[in-house]
Design a protein around this ligand. Structure first.
Ligand code: GUN
Ligand code: FE
Length: 425
């Protein structure tokens, strides 16, 4: 029982009330990890079995757990590393830190810490990069499976332009990815993603191998990075002289399509945006990372207008917060600088149902619809004294959401349910 908010479709206007359902006194009946009934508390209660346990979350706002469609599991200790730009940050910190995930005990320890941190911030599903080591993916999925979390993850494929201890080969990257798929895909709520890190760290042979896996397993997600930084783009064009632009590198290797998550996608020309739209690939905006690394200002308005599917993510450890609330706040500010307004309704749609649609998982997660998995969070807009004082003057749902996104963080997450089970945060 609580106030409930669930999105149906992408909001078209500032307060497009047809895009969501909001119940002031709502009920969600959960059975076997699924939301079997949703509506007003009175209606849900009337149809519930005798003696059903009632948990009262009023006045907090119940919504689907947040979804983070681009995050790096082995970068918990990379966050807040002082670097001038992406390539310096990768070489100086990231490619050093990720080497530690060769050790199973280290990967296992961090898998626990990683999911603790996601859940504390209200994120119940993520699409994560593991390290190049197969063992890091095993640790990631073993822990996700143990906790019954719906997680997308992949062993990173990278066979050049990185320290020897952090590279595979076209063949071993393929074989290890295949082994991860066989071991984990479809086990519990685990989804394996084909994960070539980005064009710079893969030879054409490795991208071919990734493309052949994508053809063999069309249901799998593909995740990579695209057009984040000017020096990265220039180097990519040197490494792939026959490609007409960065996006074409992935197109030529059969890596674009409706399951492809393209992290960042900041500096795209019209041909690239057109190709991304046409193939149904997803541009994943990572606002805190883009600001922190000085990468650029994502053009949400133009890409959306051109029909590109978009998602919003943290990109820890380039990103600076696990919180999707902090992430939505920075996304809003980037759009402000671009002269475009992101509405709070659209922002919360993005972090829940929008990201679920981007992952082709909207029938399972991202809403409180009947039949959805019961991955649910309770949000407290009075979580801090500053927020409570401001809430005294808030009179609409839209204002409350905007306050949560502007001032909220992990303290605003008051409860988290994974497949119907309350987890300790
Ligand atoms: N491009 C290639 N690898 C990475 C990474 O780990 N983080 C970010 N932000 N960009 C990348
Ligand atoms: Fe990233």
């Amino acid at each position: 029982r609580g106030r409930t908010l669930s999105f149906r479709s992408r909001p078209q206007a500032r307060d497009d009330a047809s895009s969501y359902v909001h119940e002031d006194d709502g009920g969600l009946l959960i059975d076997g990890g699924i939301i079997v009934r949703a509506g007003s508390f009175a209606d849900v209660k009337a149809g519930a079995p005798e003696g059903v346990e009632i948990v009262d979350h009023r006045p907090h706002l119940l919504m689907a757990g947040f979804i983070d469609p681009h995050i790096h599991f082995p970068q918990m200790q990379v966050t807040a590393s002082y670097a001038a730009n992406l390539l310096e940050w990768l070489n100086t910190y990231t490619f050093v830190e990720e080497q530690r995930f060769a050790e199973t005990a280290h990967a296992e320890r961090f898998a626990g810490l990683f999911f603790d941190e996601l859940l504390r911030h209200g994120t119940t599903t993520a699409a994560a990069y593991c390290s190049v080591h197969k063992g890091s993916a095993d640790a990631f999925f073993a822990e996700a499976f143990r906790r019954n979390l719906l997680m997308v993850g992949g062993k990173v494929m990278m066979d050049r332009n990185a320290p020897a201890a952090l590279t595979d080969t076209a063949q071993s990257g393929h074989d290890d990815t295949l082994a991860v798929i066989n071991d984990w895909h479809g086990k519990g709520r685990c989804h394996v993603a084909i994960t070539p890190r980005f064009a710079i760290t893969s030879t054409p042979e490795q991208l071919d191998a990734a493309g052949s896996l994508a053809r063999r397993f069309p249901e799998l997600h593909i995740q990579t990075h695209l057009s984040e930084n000017d020096a990265e783009i220039a180097y990519t064009m040197e490494l792939y002289p026959r490609a007409s632009h960065y996006t074409d590198v992935y197109a030529r290797h059969g890596l674009l399509g409706p399951k492809t998550l393209l992290g960042h996608a900041i500096h795209l020309n019209d041909h690239e945006a057109g190709l991304i739209a046409e193939t149904g690939s997803i541009a994943v905006h990572c606002p805190t990372s883009n600001l922190f690394l000085g990468s650029g200002l994502f053009d949400l308005e133009r890409l959306s207008r051109m029909g590109v599917r978009v998602a919003v993510a943290t990109d820890i450890g380039g990103g600076t917060s696990y919180s999707m609330l902090r992430t939505l706040d920075e996304a809003y500010k980037i759009q402000q600088l671009r002269g475009h307004r992101l509405t709070p309704i659209e922002s919360f749609w993005l972090a829940t149902r929008g990201n679920a649609e981007a992952l082709s998982l909207a029938r399972r997660i991202g809403t409180l619809d009947e039949g959805s998995d019961a991955d649910i969070i309770a949000l407290d807009a009075r979580a801090t004294p500053t927020m409570a004082i401001r809430m005294e003057t808030v009179s609409s749902l839209e204002e409350e959401l905007f306050l949560l996104q502007t001032m909220g963080d992990d303290r605003a997450i008051s409860a988290v349910y994974v497949a119907g089970e309350k987890v300790t945060i």
